[in-house]
Each structure stands twice: as C-alpha cells, then as structure tokens.
Design a protein around this ligand. Structure first.
Ligand SMILES: [Ca+2]
Ligand SMILES: [Ca+2]
Length: 230
C-alpha cells in the first residue's frame, strides 16, 4: 500500500478509495485526507522511510459533519485557514497582506452542505458554489472581510470569515517574512531589469522604478541576520 492512502478495510462497508495523501516532510503539516463521505471502517497506513510503520483504523458512522473551510493563500503560500465544523470551530482568521505586491487567492470548500446554498461574499466579490477559488485584489488600505456561508446538511447555517489586513511593504523584505536575508536577495536577482510595481515594491530599494543589481547590493547591506543567512 502506498503511503498516506486511505482505503476501506476489506471487511468495511466503504465503497472504494475516498482520498489520498502523499509524502511529506516533518515538521510540515500532513496532507488533508477526505472528506469522509461513506460510512464504514477505514484503515490508514503510514511509514517513515523503510524503518517505521504504523496503522490505525477508525469507523465513520452516520452523516458526516458539515465542514466549511476558507483558505487564504498569499504568494502561493497558505497563510491562514478558517474552519467551521462541529468539532473544530475556527470562525475567522486575519492575514497581513502587502496591498500592492502580494498575490492573494481565496479558496473555499463546503463538505456535507445542502446544494446551491454556499456563497462567498466580500468587497467586490459575490460567488456561489460548494468549491471554488478566486484571486483578490486589494484596492483599499482598510481591512476587508470575506465570508463563506452555507446551509449544512445538518440544517444549520454555517459561516467562516477571513480578514485581509493591508500592511505596508518593507523595502528589501521581498517575501514578507519579517527578515531580510539571502532569500530576498535571490528574489531581487530573479527580477533584474524589470519594472518595479507601483507604490512600494520591496525589491526596488532605491525607488528608481527598476529592479537592478544596485537594489540587490543595497538590500545585502540591510540583511537582518549575520552573513545574510536565511
Ligand atoms: Ca524576507
Ligand atoms: Ca531600483
């Protein structure tokens, strides 16, 4: 059995594979498996290299719980996830984004919800569907709240929300992690001789409108870690 693949046990009542995981490196969060749409007994296997193996078995019975998930991705990196379910209430998250530089994507999923009841709303956004994804462009320095609301299979209205909190970009901190290090320098070098984005591109340290090797030199003198290590 490949690692992280969730299948019904031989004697269970599940009907075929219901999800799959993949290899992941600790301490990263393991992949999410599911949703568990079928009642039955399931086996899950995990191994670390060829040395350690483990398995667990669990039973799903009755109606799967309603679960809403609204994920904020900033520059292709998951920055915040808001969940709503019976067992894991997490109604709202807040994400700092640099309004003129970060690329923001909202992705949502509703499990065990009633058809045609899900809506994602927010400034300039009105979308429907149980699953979806949309890019968000910030056109204001004010906080912007996006909410996902669905009628659950349990008959209750569920909702989650995420707040995008615009923050100014810091010159040279290109990836926005609060540090200036070799990762930022590498991102500047990747963009050499391209125009800077308007209003505070952190790669354009000398603010001349073009990303050049001079910006890389300036930023390398501003490294916040010894030797500019990451
Ligand atoms: Ca950085
Ligand atoms: Ca420049």
């Amino acid at each position: 059995m490949p690692p992280g693949v969730l299948v019904p046990s031989s004697g269970g009542s599940g009907s075929g594979p219901i999800g799959s995981g993949s290899n992941w490196a600790l301490p990263e969060t393991p992949p999410i498996v599911g949703p568990l749409d079928f009642s039955g007994v399931y086996d899950f296997s995990i191994y670390c290299g060829d040395t350690y193996t483990a398995s667990l078995q669990f039973q799903i019975s009755g109606q799967p719980p309603t679960l809403l998930r609204l994920t904020t991705t900033v520059n292709d990196r998951v920055d915040a996830t808001a969940n709503d379910s019976v067992s894991l209430p997490q109604p709202s998250t807040t994400t700092n984004v640099r309004s003129n530089f970060d690329s923001v994507q909202l992705t949502w999923t509703g499990y065990a919800v009633q058809p045609d009841t899900c809506a994602l709303t927010g400034p300039g956004v009105e979308l429907t569907g149980e699953v979806g994804s949309t890019p968000i462009t910030l056109d204001s320095s004010e906080d912007q709240v996006f909410s996902l609301e669905c009628q659950g299979a349990d008959g209750m209205v569920h909702s989650v929300s995420s707040t995008l909190h615009p923050v100014p970009a810091v010159a040279c901190d290109v990836n926005g992690d609060g540090q200036i290090d070799r990762l930022d320098i590498a991102l500047i070098l990747e963009a050499l001789n391209t125009p800077a984005l308007p209003d505070g591109d952190p790669r354009d340290a000398d603010e001349d409108g073009v990303i050049t090797v001079i910006d890389a030199r300036i930023c390398s003198t501003r490294c916040t870690r010894p030797g500019c290590e990451q």
